[in-house]
Design a protein around this ligand. Structure first.
Ligand code: NAD
Length: 281
């Protein structure tokens, strides 16, 4: 079987180009507020990348930084003032926050209409209800877009989601359920994962286990979306899927890098524009 490689980078570029054209037509540009607490190296890089991507499509981003010793109250006060500021359309709290802060309380404090990450309980509930008001977390939203790009009808397919985090696995499972897939969620305590994967038409893997999924795990023609970001034994970036190994067995597969990653940023930008448009309608 010829395996099609889903090029997330190209698809994300096309989406960003479309967003740029839409935003160009707006008199007032959308504003995204980004809150960064402490000096976690990777978080600083992620924030910089998100800000650069926002700027490229015409979204203005405002960065609010705090030192590690900030109090819960100080961060909550900032969120309250950003909620009240009608010029701010989206609020993003970069995770993780220092352990002494209660991240869940901070996320719940963000106005659900400005919650461009889709982590607010109201948005999670809307997603569960299949309500269009839901702001959907960027990574699973991007994965669904990649699945739709294959042109394969999702209705009735067996989908296996590996991982049950609130940022990837759980919303992913709900999105696939809303697409009429029959969904199985696997996690670290799941037994006989390989038996489950053999039965899956779609596998979305988000467990962070380097090259765990091999061709023997797959049903012929399965669609494989690899969310994992891992390092192999030689320190090279890879995903949860043994990419080279599954070529010839899967019908479609995403590479790491240039698969899901670029889609996450594109969906964050799309969520910001959508928040802006909803707030102005
Ligand atoms: P997490 O650590 O919160 O969750 C991992 C999940 O995988 C857990 O539910 C755990 O039960 C499950 N798991 C762990 N080992 C397993 C195993 N052997 N078999 C089955 N399930 C297992 O991680 P997360 O935040 O959901 O991220 C998952 C992966 O996706 C990580 O590699 C992360 O770097 C990556 N990620 C990528 C993007 C992107 O934009 N590409 C975005 C978010 C996360």
């Amino acid at each position: 079987m010829h395996t099609k490689i889903i090029n997330g980078k190209d698809i994300a570029l096309r989406i960003r180009q479309g967003l740029k054209e839409e935003i160009n037509k707006l008199k007032v540009k959308p504003i995204l507020a980004v809150i960064l607490i402490g000096h976690d190296g990777p978080s600083e890089i992620y924030v910089r990348n998100k800000q650069r991507a926002a700027q490229e499509v015409g979204i203005e981003s405002k960065l609010y930084t705090f030192d590690e010793d900030v109090t819960q109250q100080e961060v909550e006060n900032l969120i309250t003032s950003l909620n009240q500021d009608s010029s701010v359309n989206g609020i993003l709290l970069q995770l993780p926050v220092p352990a002494k802060l209660n991240a869940q309380v901070l996320l719940e404090k963000i106005d659900s209409k400005k919650d461009v990450d889709g982590f607010h309980p109201l948005n999670i509930g809307y997603l569960q209800n299949g309500d269009k008001k839901a702001v959907i977390a960027a990574t699973p939203k991007g994965v669904l877009r990649l699945l739709k790009e294959t042109g394969v009808a999702l209705k009735g397919l067996n989908a296996l989601v590996i991982g049950r985090s609130i940022i990837v696995g759980k919303p992913m499972a709900m999105l696939l359920l809303n697409e009429d897939c029959t969904v199985t969620i696997a996690h670290s305590a799941t037994k006989n994962l390989q038996n489950l994967s053999k039965n899956a038409d779609i596998i979305v893997s988000a467990c962070g286990c380097a090259k765990m999924i091999k061709k023997e795990w797959l049903k012929d023609g399965a669609i494989i979306i690899d969310v994992g970001i891992c390092r192999d034994e030689s320190g090279k970036l890879c995903g949860d899927v043994d990419f080279e190994d599954v070529l010839g067995t899967a019908s479609h597969v995403t590479p790491v890098p240039n698969g899901v990653g670029p889609m996450t940023i594109a969906m964050l930008l799309e969520n910001t524009l959508e928040a802006y448009l909803k707030q102005r309608s």
